[in-house]
Design a protein around this ligand. Structure first.
Ligand SMILES: [Fe+2]
Length: 385
């Protein structure tokens, strides 16, 4: 029987080359606009800022974006934005810039503190317009109700989920990704692949998202290597932007599962970029999940280009190996010991991952402490069975 689902997406999604042009249209009628931008993309944003100013819109720009932002990075932004008192907040960049902008939009008034909105449904309101402009192909944050910050003290990522974090307008312009370096293209692309796989095999999977997720897997598998190795291919970049958008559209309704939960300690404690953490763990979590979702993994195998043959289980296993191969060919390490993580850290990482219950609950196979440790140990050795 077909289950229920809530689709809480931006009212407007602008997709396509040159769509950055639409930003000024969507900010028409605003008086004061705060833009938080990743520094490398500022040259592309400056002309838009000029046009906004020429329409008598006051614009304040900050490039104070750090990767995997801690709570302190958000705190730094809030005070000056409070003084500026914008009626629109725009986040331009990858997941870090967009997540920070989303949080600034709901918190700058001072009515709530960041610590109070950790978890699901804790944000009380948002009074300003929120626009996201995605400049990487992976995070999906441009269309999600989710923002993530790093808790440095507890060495863990903390997620905030709220309808008020869903942007009003999301702009996905593949031209903005043409200059992304290969390593970021690879990491963000594999993050998007992980989003699609974890949605398709999710305990709360839904046919609407299944179709989108499978289409995303097909696009990413067929185009990621080209986007990494021939970054100026607008065709590959556009396909990746669409695959990533597909992955993002499923994050609110269905969300991710054990790969993301187990990746959190790698980011929180060892500062490994989000997409890289996911990519290195993905084949090992899939291997662990295999008994619970042979058919779905066989579908995924077809989506990544394995011609149908043999048993569904054979197909599923070949799909897992193909995904690992794609990740390796994009330059991502295939074991966690390559990051210098000591084997002795595994028990504490497993304990930390068990705290990410909201994602573990989505996993097709139950992951207990022992299961989490076994996945990390296999990922440490780098051997998929
Ligand atoms: Fe992710």
């Amino acid at each position: 029987m077909i289950g229920d689902v809530t689709l809480n997406w931006p009212s407007v999604i602008e997709f396509g080359s040159g769509r950055l042009e639409k930003l000024k249209e969507h900010l028409g009628g605003c008086r004061r606009v705060f833009i938080l931008s990743d520094p490398p993309i500022m040259t592309k944003i400056e002309p838009v800022v000029g046009e906004l100013k020429s329409q008598s819109i006051e614009v304040q720009v900050s490039t104070d974006v750090v990767p995997e932002p801690p709570f302190e990075a958000l705190e730094r932004l809030l005070e000056p934005v409070r003084t500026f008192d914008p009626d629109a907040v725009v986040g331009v960049g990858g997941g870090s810039a967009m997540d920070l902008a989303k949080l600034v939009a709901v918190l700058f008034s001072g009515a709530q503190r960041a610590e109070e909105i950790i978890g699901i449904g804790k944000v009380k309101t948002r009074k300003v317009k929120l626009v996201t402009v995605s400049t990487t192909s992976g995070t999906g944050s441009e269309v999600t109700p989710i923002a993530v910050l790093t808790d440095i003290q507890h060495k863990l990522k903390k997620g905030m989920v709220s309808t008020f974090l869903v942007p009003d307008v999301a702009i996905v312009d593949p031209e903005l990704t043409l200059t992304l370096p290969p390593a970021i293209t690879a990491a963000t692309g594999m993050d998007a692949m992980t989003h699609c796989i974890e949605q398709y095999t999710n305990r709360h999977a839904h046919p609407i998202i299944d179709n989108i997720a499978l289409a995303g897997i097909r696009l990413i598998a067929a185009n990621l290597e080209t986007a990494v190795h021939s970054g100026d291919s607008l065709e590959a970049r556009t396909a990746m932007a669409l695959g990533s958008l597909y992955g993002g559209l499923g994050l609110g309704p269905v969300n991710t599962a054990a790969v993301h939960a187990l990746a959190y300690p790698l980011g929180g404690e060892f500062k490994i970029p989000h997409g890289v953490s996911n990519s290195v763990l993905l084949p090992f979590v899939m291997d662990f999940n295999l008994p619970a979702c042979v058919d779905k993994y066989a579908d995924i195998a077809e989506a990544v280009g394995i011609p149908p043959h043999g048993s569904r289980e054979e197909m599923a296993k070949q799909g897992i190996l193909k995904i690992r191969e794609i990740s390796e060919r994009c330059g991502i390490p295939s074991s966690i010991h390559e990051f210098g993580i000591p084997e002795s850290a595994i028990p504490s990482m497993a304990e930390a991952a068990m705290k990410v219950k909201r994602l573990l609950d989505n996993n097709p196979r139950t992951v207990d402490l022992e299961g989490a440790e076994s996945i990390y140990r296999k990922a440490y050795q780098g051997v998929v069975e």
